[in-house]
Ligand binder design. Structure first.
Ligand SMILES: NC(=O)c1ccc[n+]([C@@H]2O[C@H](COP(=O)([O-])OP(=O)(O)OC[C@H]3O[C@@H](n4cnc5c(N)ncnc54)[C@H](OP(=O)(O)O)[C@@H]3O)[C@@H](O)[C@H]2O)c1
Length: 326
């Protein structure tokens, strides 16, 4: 098999495409022939071993895990000895998407409960773009106590998480959705269902003269106290991500700071830490199938082009998702 492999932390130079011998399949896993994988900031954080906060689990001086990638779409080619295909409704030949560690490869092994059936009308590339970013968007809305009729502001509406958040808010019954991005992505964000778009190169959150039930801060460009001022009574700011400048805590620096400075204020400010959920993945699959959710593919790359593509993700201006076709 061919896979992205790395044995040290660093820039794009630490990633290499290697031919490796396929290991025997663990008894509780499902092997997938990868048709597409996708890139998230998650991968460059692991490539660099930053923020340092992650090192106790990822390895102090060098990565414990030499593979990279998590989002996947492909075809089931083998079930582990302890996987009951009928019980988990997965069989050889099924087209699936979800999470598989080391998905930047032409084969990857996943826990069955991290996979959902890929809707037939959705391409492998579109499906592979969804898992981590889609789950984050869905869980961020839930953390913000979003419900039908709410007005939602999505800061960072053109990126991986944001472009799903705009569509999910719309599909789940938001009364109004406003997204922020730079000038070149304004038309894209409108096409995803935003009623209005704030071009952050022309005005900041402070320039908005309306309030929202839920503010999803995915881009991290505005001070948290500006975001609190944009809340309706009972509303929530959900801190999802942003550039962050701490080598130790990374984007979590801002999230922790925002939570601390909001502790004794009436407005609700919460952080979100996305988790893998079979139920949420099923919900996303249903929305894809009904055409309520689509993936914007910024570009498609091969395994050999992945290191450069990940540097582009790190630069922070991808519109939608970059998909890797092995
Ligand atoms: N908490 C969690 O569980 C969780 C899970 C996943 C991701 N995250 C974090 O969430 C953040 C976003 O992830 P992502 O996958 O969406 O990243 P991404 O795809 O790299 O986001 C890029 C997008 O951000 C936009 N952007 C950059 N600066 C902006 C600003 N000041 N205002 C508005 N938009 C801006 C860019 O638009 P322009 O090109 O128009 O500037 C671009 O389209 C990252 O920090 C990531 O680490 C957190």
């Amino acid at each position: 098999m061919r896979a992205i492999r790395r044995t040290r932390y660093g820039g794009p130079e630490v990633l290499a495409v290697e031919h490796c011998v396929e290991q025997p399949l663990a008894s509780d896993r499902v092997r997938i022939a990868v048709r597409a994988a996708s890139l998230n900031p998650f991968e460059w954080h692991h490539q660099r071993g930053l923020p340092l906060l992650m090192r106790p689990s990822s390895g102090w001086t060098a990565p414990r895990d030499h593979w990279l990638g998590v989002d996947v779409a492909g075809v089931v080619v083998e079930l582990g000895a302890d996987v009951d295909g009928d019980a988990v409704d997965l069989h050889v030949g099924d087209e699936v998407f979800g999470g598989a560690p080391g998905s930047l490869a032409d084969r990857a092994d996943a826990r069955p409960n991290l996979l959902a059936k890929k809707p037939a009308a959705v391409s492998f590339e579109e499906a592979a773009a969804v898992p981590l970013a889609g789950l984050t968007a869905l869980q961020a809305l839930r953390k913000g106590r979003f419900h039908e009729g709410h007005a939602v502001l999505v800061l960072g509406a053109s990126g991986g998480v944001g472009h799903y958040a705009v569509q999910l808010a719309r599909a789940l019954g938001a009364s109004r959705v406003v997204g922020s991005c730079s000038t070149r992505n304004v038309a894209l964000v409108r096409s995803l269902g935003a009623d209005d778009v704030l071009d952050y190169t022309r005005g900041d959150v402070d320039s908005l003269d309306e309030c929202f039930d839920v503010v999803l801060d995915i881009a991290g460009g505005a001070p948290v106290h500006f975001l609190r001022q944009r809340l309706k009574p009972g509303g929530s700011v959900v801190l999802v991500g942003g550039p962050g400048d701490g080598r130790v805590l990374g984007p979590a620096t801002r999230i922790v700071g925002g939570l601390l400075t909001s502790a004794f204020r009436p407005q609700r400010v919460v952080g979100v830490n996305a988790s893998w959920s079979a139920e949420d993945l099923q919900q996303l699959a249903g929305l894809l199938e009904r055409g309520h959710l689509r993936s914007v593919i910024h570009r498609r790359v091969s395994l050999d082009e992945t290191a450069d593509a990940l540097a582009e993700v790190e630069a922070g201006h991808v519109a939608g998702k970059i998909v890797v076709v092995p």
